[in-house]
Design a protein around this ligand. Structure first.
Ligand SMILES: Cc1ncc(COP(=O)(O)O)c(C=O)c1O
Length: 409
C-alpha cells in the first residue's frame, strides 16, 4: 500500500474540482500591479481575494523601509532569536506592538499560524482545558493537537454553550483557556466578545482573542474587536498576524501578564524557527505606524465592505451575517461554487473558493475580501460581474433581489 493511499479521498475530490476548470491551489499571477489589480494568464484582473485589508503592500513608506533594511542588515537572519540573537528591528517592532495595544509585552513570531501554534500549545499542557469556538482557524486546531490539553469545542459564537461546558469542568484541576477570533475568517462574522468576557469572568478562565482579520479594520484606533467592545482589560492575550492589514508576513501575541516573557524560552514554534527577516520587520513597523496615525484607512475599508456587502445582498445573493471586509456568498452545492469561481476569474474578478471541510457548516463559499485600496468603481464592477454570472448559473433569479440599505449606510 502506498504511503499516499490515505489521501485517496482528497485525490478524488481534487480531480472533481479540476475536471470543472482551474486548480484553485495553483493560481499563478504573471504580475501583481497593485493591491487591487494583477495580470493573470495574460489578462488584467481585479483582486477581491487577498486579505490586503488596508492596501499597504505597495505603500511607499513600507517599501522604502524594507529596501533600506535589506541594505542595512541583509536578506535574512539565518536562524532563531535564541540562537542567532535579536536584531534591533525585532526589539523595536515588539515595543511598537506593545505600545499600540497598551500592553506590557509583545512577542513576534515568524507567521500568524506560528503565533497561535506557539502561544496556545505552550500555555496549555496536559491536565489543562482548551475551549475553542467550533469555527476556529486551522492554526488554533493544530495548536490544540500539539498542546496535550483536553480540547473542548463550543458552538460557534454561543457564549451560553461555553458557559455550560466550563461548568462541567468545575471540580477538575488545570487551567481553562478560551480561544475566540475577532472576525471569523470564512463568513466575516464577529465574536459576541462582551458575552464571552462575562462568562470568562464568572467561570474563571483565561481568554485569547485572535484579531487576525480585525487589526487595523475594527476600532477607532484599529485595535480590533476588543477595542470596539471595550473589553481590552479583560482579554489576557491578543494574537494577530502581519500578513493581512499590515501587508507582509509574521505574527504576534501581546499580554499584560507579568510572566509572559517566559514563553520566549518555552515556546517551541518561537524558539526553533528562523526569525523574521529585516525587510519584513521594517515594512511591518512602517505599516503599524501608518495604522497608528491614519484611522481613515480603517474607515475606508469598512465603507468599501458595506458597499460590496449591500450590493451583493441587493442582487439577491445569500451572504454572511455582517458587513465586514470578508464577504462570503453561500452557494448551494460544491459544483456550482466551483463553476461560479471559474466564471468570475474568466470575467476579470479574482476571489477565493472555500469548500468543505475547510468551511463552517460544510458550506461552499465564494469568499471575497475588501481593501481600503479598492475604488468604488472596482467594487461596483465586481458586484456587476458576480450578479451577471450569478444569473447565468441560476444562483440568482429575477425574484431573488432584495430591498436592502443603500451602500453608503
Ligand atoms: C483567524 C486566523 N488566524 C491565524 C491565521 C494565520 O495567519 P498567517 O497566514 O499570517 O500565518 C489566519 C490566516 O488566514 C487566520 O485567518
Amino acid at each position: 500500500m502506498s504511503v499516499f493511499s490515505k489521501f485517496d479521498d482528497i485525490k478524488t475530490a481534487f480531480k472533481a474540482l479540476t475536471d470543472i476548470g482551474r486548480n484553485p491551489f495553483d493560481i499563478r499571477f504573471d504580475k501583481i500591479l497593485s493591491p487591487t489589480e494583477a495580470i493573470l494568464d495574460g489578462r488584467q484582473i481585479l483582486l477581491f481575494g487577498t486579505n490586503n485589508y488596508l492596501g499597504l503592500t505597495f505603500d511607499q513608506a513600507c517599501v522604502d523601509a524594507s529596501v533600506q533594511a535589506i541594505q542595512d542588515a541583509g536578506t535574512g537572519t539565518t536562524g532563531s532569536r535564541i540562537a542567532n540573537g535579536t536584531y534591533a528591528g525585532h526589539a523595536l517592532l515588539e515595543q511598537k506592538i506593545a505600545e499600540f495595544y497598551s500592553k506590557r509585552s509583545a512577542m513576534v513570531f515568524t507567521t500568524g499560524y506560528q503565533a497561535n501554534l506557539g502561544l496556545i500549545s505552550t500555555l496549555a499542557g496536559r491536565g489543562d482545558h482548551l475551549l475553542i469556538d467550533a469555527d476556529s482557524h486551522a492554526s488554533i486546531y493544530d495548536a490544540c493537537k500539539l498542546s496535550g490539553a483536553e480540547i473542548i469545542r463550543f458552538r460557534h459564537n454561543d457564549a451560553q454553550d461555553l458557559k455550560r461546558r466550563l461548568g462541567r469542568l468545575k471540580d477538575l484541576p488545570g487551567s481553562r483557556i478560551v480561544v475566540v477570533e475577532g472576525i471569523y475568517s470564512m463568513l466575516g462574522d464577529t465574536a459576541p466578545l462582551r458575552e464571552i468576557v462575562a462568562v470568562k469572568r464568572e467561570m474563571g478562565a483565561y481568554l485569547i482573542v485572535d484579531e487576525a482579520h480585525s487589526l487595523g479594520v475594527l476600532g477607532k484606533n484599529g485595535r480590533g474587536l476588543c477595542e470596539v467592545d471595550d473589553v481590552e482589560a479583560d482579554v489576557d492575550f491578543v494574537v494577530g498576524t502581519f500578513s493581512k492589514s499590515l501587508g507582509a508576513i509574521g505574527g504576534f501575541a501581546v499580554s499584560d501578564l507579568p510572566d509572559f516573557d517566559l514563553l520566549r524560552v518555552a515556546c517551541r514554534p518561537y524558539m526553533f524557527t528562523a526569525s523574521l527577516p529585516p525587510a519584513v520587520v521594517a515594512s511591518v513597523t512602517a505599516s503599524l505606524q501608518r495604522v497608528t496615525t491614519d484611522n481613515l484607512l480603517g474607515a475606508r475599508v469598512l465603507a468599501n465592505s458595506r458597499r460590496l456587502y449591500h450590493g451583493l445582498a441587493k442582487a439577491g445573493f445569500e451572504i454572511g451575517p455582517e458587513p465586514n471586509p470578508i464577504v462570503a456568498i453561500k452557494i448551494a452545492d460544491r459544483e456550482t461554487a466551483v463553476r461560479f469561481w471559474n466564471m468570475l476569474i474568466d470575467n476579470g474578478v479574482y476571489i477565493n473558493l472555500a469548500l468543505p471541510p475547510a468551511t463552517p457548516g460544510s458550506q461552499s463559499l465564494i469568499r471575497s475580501s475588501v481593501s481600503a485600496a479598492h475604488t468604488e468603481a472596482q467594487i461596483d464592477r465586481a458586484i456587476a460581474v458576480m450578479t451577471e454570472m450569478g444569473f447565468k448559473l441560476g444562483i440568482l433569479s429575477e425574484d431573488s433581489a432584495r430591498i436592502v440599505m443603500p451602500a453608503a449606510e
